[in-house]
Design a protein. Sequence first.
Length: 491
Amino acid sequence: MPRHKFLAIDQGTTSSRAIIFSDRGEILATSQKELRLYYPHNGWVEQDAQDIWNDTYVCIQDVLKKHSDITAVGITNQRETTIIWDRETGKPVYNAIVWQDRRTSSICADLKEKGHEPTIREKTGLLLDPYFSALKIAWILDNVSGVRVAAEQGRLAFGTVDSWLVWKLTGGKNHVTDATNASRTLLFNIKTNDWDEDLLRLFDIPRSILPKVLDNVGDFGTTSPALFEKSYPIKGVAGDQQAALIGQACFAKGMVKSTYGTGCFALMNIGTEFKASHNKLLTSIGYRITGQTTYVLEGSIFIAGAAIQFLRDNLGFFSSASESESLAKSVSNTNGVYFIPALTGLGAPYWNPDVRGAIMGLTRDTTRAHITRAALEAQAYQTKDLITAFEADTGVKPEVIRVDGGLVANHFMVQFLSDILETPVDIPVCHETTALGAAYLAAIGSGVFSSLDDISKNWKKEQGFKPMMTQDESNVLYQGWKNHMGSLIKA
Ligand code: ADP
């Protein structure tokens, strides 16, 4: 019997989940609800903030029925997604604007034109892109009737999803966020660790709507007695990718985790010194514990597993994603086919919103097996683009990459990744690294774990993959990707 149990709330883009972990990192109970996305206009992506809360609440109630003896709660969430609500009524003034939303791209282009990007990069480690929260906040203030006036009167609160959930869980008592979520807003100076007055002025956002920023481990409040039979302390919060970094125990400088879900997000721990990327990566706060900030370089790719969904749902190549593995293995190579999954433009390290996806190198004998294999191989090439940028920025070649996310169930993909990166790739025993990271933060916050070392001791490898290809083969294949990518970007 575990001595302590922790509740991890994992509020993601496609679903809300609650998972109860033991203090050894085992899953004891889990509950999940799919979350609806709305696309009101081309490039707009929204969710109902009330649904986000209601679904999360239902999932928590569900798992507490099985284990109500929880020591503490940890929260992890889809980052950048923006919610503004009325402090009095608790009602959102507009839908949640999701991280994928592109409605502010012309405002970004305009601000770039005016030369604001270098300063923003120095202060926040980010780029001027609709991806980040500040542009979404400004849009709501400027486009929803009465909102700017209410904000200026101090009646409104802004939060990323963590902040909204803490506010709801504490019965409207606490308006807080954590340093990792704050570091994705484009308003937080990650060197001074404070909201930045210049950026607030630039985006015309009143400081009064912002939450208080806490370390990843801390006192986020206690759940309201009105919600559950008992009250539970909320002791840890981190954005999803940072929580995965923690769940994967990447605490030494140079360690890398790469998550393959809908998109792919690779994070490299770069230690306690801020470093702006010169290779179009982002710098963010990896974690902040007892006031000490550790930074990461991040490469964000918008389409990873979504490419497999595309082949399944749009092209009808197979009926379940897992069939892609046997199909890919039914041929010995792609026969020269490359799949560039730029279905929503290109993220790191290209940052080109206008490029669209392509399948290149088609011949008379190309089959769906070749194209499927090419879509899986593309995951490795995309990752190589990021790892090359990490190396160029830091001079460090990671010794091993720790991977997670739904797509790593596909061992063909993971082996090919190891081949193309020419680096060992490890899959951990616990596949739910994001939720696990949140549970671990709660374990530290409640004093059950004394430090990050306790997390490292708990990390266990399920399976390791080593490069099997010759360096020449690997180089030739990757060069083909670079050539096709180059011609697509120019076209
Ligand atoms: P998210 O958390 O972003 O919703 P998940 O980590 O659950 O994503 O991963 C789901 C993605 O992984 C889907 O896009 C799916 O197509 C892909 N996927 C799942 N299993 C496999 C598999 N065996 N082979 C290839 N892709 C897979």
